[in-house]
Ligand binder design. Structure first.
Ligand code: SAM
Length: 291
């Protein structure tokens, strides 16, 4: 069977349906079957795995998922793609398309309904670039019980997600994701494998859920508040950022200094030098001061 994701077949499909790309929906379709094979290999799918896809487009990745996973549920916001998908994916009986905005969908409930027979779930997607971070955070925060995610996003965002302490890319996004997941950049994807070509380079990132969060914190929300505050102005010291960003921080400067001491963190350090463990110690020492 001919792959959807060849330049010729993709053009044929687009012409048949008079489809025009919407930039506002991040529509850059994959036209290289080799990249799709590498994505599904990275996801290590089996027929016992359920796959959740966001933004199937004309079905390029969806058909590769249908071939390797037990079942695919794909969320697509663009109504114009529904008739296209029911045509291109007609050879596969294990695919369900849901016409919903992923950011509004009750993914946890849909997952429970659709994948009750599956022990393992993976999210695999070529994400719409205008909302990559909100999608990843929503799936994490909604407690969707997936084992991991293999997703394509802008290389620059992939670098920030998998960054280690002490690097320029390390920040609150690295911590928000690495708290729940182990993050690695699997491979870089050139612009030439998309139609139309995006302006930026892309990367495939693999996130695997940790058995328990990377560090123990008294209160998760407060931990994330402290990490965001610490990176508010990257050139400032941790002490400066905390006093400027936390509520009534200036009045609580002495207590903040004591908490830093208790956590064994020099007040003159910058947020980007702190490991997850150090942030956890700091947030736990600061918690009684602000709550
Ligand atoms: N999977 C296809 C591929 O690889 O060729 C298309 C990927 S394209 C980068 C992103 C897809 O996400 C588009 O089909 C777009 O319509 C869809 N999309 C954009 N925003 C969405 C949203 N909020 N919810 C669901 N799908 C969305």
């Amino acid at each position: 069977m001919k792959d959807i994701a060849t330049p010729t077949r993709t053009k044929e499909i687009l012409e048949k349906y008079g489809f025009s790309f919407k930039k506002s929906l991040g529509q850059n379709f994959l036209i290289d079957p080799n990249i799709l094979r590498r994505i599904t290999e990275t996801a290590e799918l089996t027929k016992e795995t359920g796959a959740i896809e966001i933004g199937p487009g004309i079905g390029a990745l969806t058909e590769h998922l249908a071939r390797t996973a037990g079942k695919v549920v794909a969320f697509e916001i663009d109504q114009r793609l529904l008739p296209v998908l029911s045509d291109t994916l007609s050879p596969y009986d294990n695919v369900k398309i849901i016409h919903e905005d992923i950011l509004k969908a009750d993914v946890a409930q849909i997952t429970e309904q659709e994948f009750s027979d599956f022990e393992q779930l993976m999210v695999v997607a070529n994400l719409p670039y205008y909302i990559t971070t909100p999608i990843i955070m929503k799936l994490l925060e909604d407690k969707v019980p997936f084992k991991g995610m293999v997703v394509m996003l802008q290389k620059e965002v992939a670098d920030r997600i998998s960054a280690k302490p002490g690097t320029k890319d390390y920040g609150s996004l690295s911590i928000a994701i690495q708290y729940y997941m182990e993050a690695t950049t699997a491979f870089i994807v050139p612009k030439t494998v998309f139609m139309p070509q995006p302006n930026v380079d892309s990367a495939i990132i693999k996130l695997l859920r940790r058995e328990r969060p990377a560090v123990e914190v008294t209160n998760e929300e407060f931990f994330f508040t402290v990490t965001r505050a610490s990176f508010a102005q990257r050139r400032k010291t941790i002490l400066n950022n905390l006093t400027n960003q936390l509520p009534a921080g200036k009045e609580k400067k002495e207590q903040i200094l004591e908490a830093l001491q208790q956590a064994e963190i020099e007040p003159s350090r910058r947020g980007e030098s702190l490991s997850l463990e150090e942030f956890a110690r700091l947030a736990n020492a600061l918690y009684p001061v602000f709550n």
